[in-house]
Design a protein around this ligand. Structure first.
Ligand SMILES: NC(=O)c1ccc[n+]([C@@H]2O[C@H](COP(=O)([O-])OP(=O)(O)OC[C@H]3O[C@@H](n4cnc5c(N)ncnc54)[C@H](O)[C@@H]3O)[C@@H](O)[C@H]2O)c1
Length: 320
């Protein structure tokens, strides 16, 4: 019989893609989300879905007692990193507190392994490429919550003997992501502005560098992490090593949006003052993921952006 798996944050961007892969592989997937940041239309109807807010310890405990998951992928989060300075309590409740509300009852009901989705934000403003051996030095409240979640996993796993893998994805983008939230991925923000026939903004001089991961190059390794013994107890970055400045990204998005045509002047980006506490440069080393998970970047930025624009246009036209 196939393993029973629980995925939290299943209506969200990465969670919904992960669920689709697990269902395709024939697993018995249970999924939860409170639909605060994800969408019902992202849900895979072949799973047992429960609308549940993980901040509610009593309801979460009842649910976990009912399904007793042996393997959990935890993706539920308030993933709006840029907002976390302004909503520190909400960020901590939806990330750190919600995680403990899930983890403790799960441990008490037979949990064998948890795959925790963390973030590059735990590296703070150390010099990239970020390597997993670097200390955790978060510089925003979201990074602090992810740091606490990682540390709590390590401590509790020693005490209660469950297994874990900590995955740190990097700037993931692609179909099914939230396109209208100004605190999320910059690619979605740029595309969304263009779809509204508006230019987009670049904060600072645009020379800050990032790497961008197409969803297809993230989700398959996230899935794999649970089934490779060598990954147990490890922290693993996932993301391409090729970094781009925000100016280069803007150029890619504009070229993909106006494919083969001259880019009208009115869509050239407008520059705004730097945002407070924004990390200047961030990308990671993916050597460990290559060795343990067989990681490879397969979707180049321009192609990934093009695919995302196609999806966003289709989605928009079906909504009108
Ligand atoms: N997208 C990225 O670039 C990226 C990068 C690094 C890490 N991550 C992490 O990956 C995970 C998934 O990110 P995403 O981009 O898919 O975000 P997302 O917002 O699309 O998905 C998160 C889901 O969690 C749900 N949720 C929030 N609070 C909840 C609660 N209290 N109870 C139940 N469900 C709740 C939301 O409704 C949403 O559907 C998150 O943990 C995020 O921190 C994402």
């Amino acid at each position: 019989m196939k393993k029973r798996i629980l995925v939290t944050g299943a209506a969200g961007f990465i969670g919904s893609h992960l669920v689709d892969l697990l269902v395709k592989d024939g697993y018995d997937v249970h999924s939860i989300d409170d639909l605060s940041g994800g969408f019902r239309e992202n849900l895979n109807l072949k799973t047992h879905f429960q609308k549940l807010d993980l901040r509610d310890l009593k309801k979460t405990t009842q649910y976990i007692k009912k399904i007793c998951p042996q393997l959990i992928y935890h993706l539920a989060a308030d993933a709006t990193e840029g907002r976390s300075q302004f909503t520190p309590i909400n960020c901590t409740e939806r990330n750190y507190n919600a995680y403990l509300n899930l983890l403790i009852p799960a441990i008490n009901n037979g949990l064998k392994k948890i795959i925790l989705t963390s973030s590059m934000s735990v590296y703070g403003s150390q010099r990239p490429p970020f390597v997993e051996t670097m200390p955790r030095q978060p510089e925003d409240i979201y990074g602090l919550a992810k740091t606490s979640m990682e540390k709590a996993t390590e401590i509790l796993s020693k005490v209660y003997k469950f297994k874990y893998v900590i995955i740190r994805p990097h700037n993931v983008y692609g179909p099914k992501q939230n396109m209208s939230d100004p605190y999320r991925n910059v690619i979605a923000i740029f595309i969304n502005r263009l779809l509204q026939n508006k230019y987009f903004y670049i904060y600072g001089d645009g020379k800050q560098k990032r790497a961008f991961t197409h969803i297809d190059d993230c989700v398959k390794y996230l899935k794999k992490a649970a089934f490779i013994d060598r990954a147990e107890g490890e922290i693993i970055n996932i993301g391409p090593t090729q970094e781009y400045s925000i100016n280069q990204l803007a150029d890619n998005v504009l070229r993909a949006f106006f494919l083969g045509k001259k880019i009208p002047d009115k869509y050239q980006p407008h520059y705004q003052p730097e945002r407070p506490l924004e990390i200047k440069n961030a990308w990671c080393s993916v050597e460990k993921a290559k060795i343990i998970l067989g990681y490879k970047t397969t979707v180049p930025l321009f192609e990934g952006v093009q695919k995302t624009i196609e999806w966003a246009r289709k989605k928009r036209s079906t909504k009108i």
